[in-house]
Design a protein. Structure first.
Length: 385
């Protein structure tokens, strides 16, 4: 018996050689054609850009666990909260009636999303329920918020998802996410991997191909794998930094051009108002409540430490953005719901700087429904064509 490796594996060797030659032939042909055509012609490797619709995936249903060690909170009940999404990407409960008397949509980030609040107590839904009881009419109240969304994301959602619903009222609450993106990235249009409004579809598919296939064919195993991965990463500081969307500037001094930040935010507020009025929708804007006191609770002060901005500067920006909301409402003669002045700045209502617990969400719904009631009655009195 021969000990020659080639003789023992001749067929495999010839097959591998043919594969290599074929690859070289194809690659070489591509380079020759590129030279011959002077680089002209359609290239599928070119960027295939798209606008990101920052919504939760339709039909998603998850139990979201409250209890991450890195989050600064005190009155949050540590347990699993149900987060369900309907077929149009709105947080359930959403569409209750096929023929409502009034439809309203809430836009915003995590402070409107109310992830760590019981479903029936999330203020976008509860507001509609309280108005129904008070006025005796049918109301669909949609929650189109998602954690991390700023006013530009809300404008995108308004144009591409909300306008087709033809709602009567659109209510937006934005502030702190706008401050964060403008502080760290200087513009709403940026290359931040989780907040950018434009992305390359090709890159997303290539970098996530295995995850996409895994999620498609074994979604529940995939979900458990992601949970395990998150648990492991939570104990590794290097991974936490790698997953920080503002890692490049986190903890570093940030120069602040207050006028520029306020100007960009106010232009987005004005755009929302114009868009709604152009579509015969009544715009309502809300200030954001917070625990930004002159002398903050320790948990609030600690949460601001790693922003690169001292507490006084951050509080000033937050208060200024709320003042911009009041200003734009007055200039355009529209309703402003001033939660910042009506929600006590106490831990009984917010478990961290700005996020409501159940008590805060319920109180917000009471305030919003009370202020919206005359407006809803006015809409009801107008004959529909």
């Amino acid at each position: 018996m021969s000990n020659n490796w080639f003789e023992r594996n001749s067929k495999k060797t010839i097959f591998l050689i043919l594969i290599v030659l074929f690859i070289l032939l194809v690659y070489g042909s591509d380079k020759i054609l590129q030279y011959k055509n002077h680089g002209m012609g359609f290239n599928y490797n070119l960027q295939n850009r798209a606008i990101a619709l920052r919504e939760y995936r339709p039909y998603m249903k998850e139990l979201v666990h409250a209890g991450k060690k890195e989050v600064h909170y005190d009155t949050l009940v540590l347990k699993d909260y149900l987060l369900r999404i309907d077929n149009d990407g709105f947080i359930i409960p959403s569409k209750k009636y096929s023929d409502p008397d009034i439809s309203m949509v809430f836009l915003g980030g995590s402070t409107t999303e109310c992830r760590f609040v019981e479903e029936e107590n999330r203020f976008p839904y509860l507001t509609g329920t309280l108005l129904e009881r008070k006025l005796g009419i049918k109301i669909n109240s949609y929650n189109a918020a998602r954690s991390g969304n700023n006013s530009l994301h809300s404008l995108d959602i308004l144009i591409n998802k909300v306008l087709p619903l033809k709602p009567d009222i659109v209510i937006m609450m934005e502030n702190i996410n706008d401050i964060s993106i403008l502080l760290h990235e200087k513009s709403y249009w940026n290359k931040n991997r989780s907040r950018s409004v434009i992305f390359n579809v090709n890159d997303e598919i290539v970098s996530n191909f295995i995850k996409i296939m895994r999620d498609r064919w074994i979604p529940y195993v995939s979900a458990e794998m992601r949970n395990i991965d998150r648990s492991i990463r939570s104990f590794r500081k290097s991974d936490a930094k790698a997953n920080d969307e503002f890692a490049a500037t986190r903890g570093k001094p940030i120069p602040i051009d207050k006028h520029l930040l306020v100007e960009q935010f106010e232009m987005n507020l004005q755009s929302l108002i114009y868009l709604c009025k152009a579509r015969n929708i009544i715009p309502v804007i809300m200030t954001m409540s917070s625990r930004f006191k002159e002398k903050p609770d320790k948990i609030v002060a600690d949460a601001v430490k790693d922003t690169g901005v001292d507490y006084g500067q951050f509080k000033d920006l937050f208060d200024t953005f709320n003042e911009s909301i009041r200003k734009k409402a007055k200039e355009n003669n529209i309703m402003v719901i001033d939660l910042a002045r009506k929600i006590p700045q106490e831990k009984e209502f917010m478990y961290d700087i700005v996020h409501h617990n159940d008590n805060g969400s319920i109180k917000s719904a009471e305030i919003i429904s009370e202020q919206l009631a005359p407006l809803v009655q006015q809409i009801q009195s107008i004959p529909k064509h």
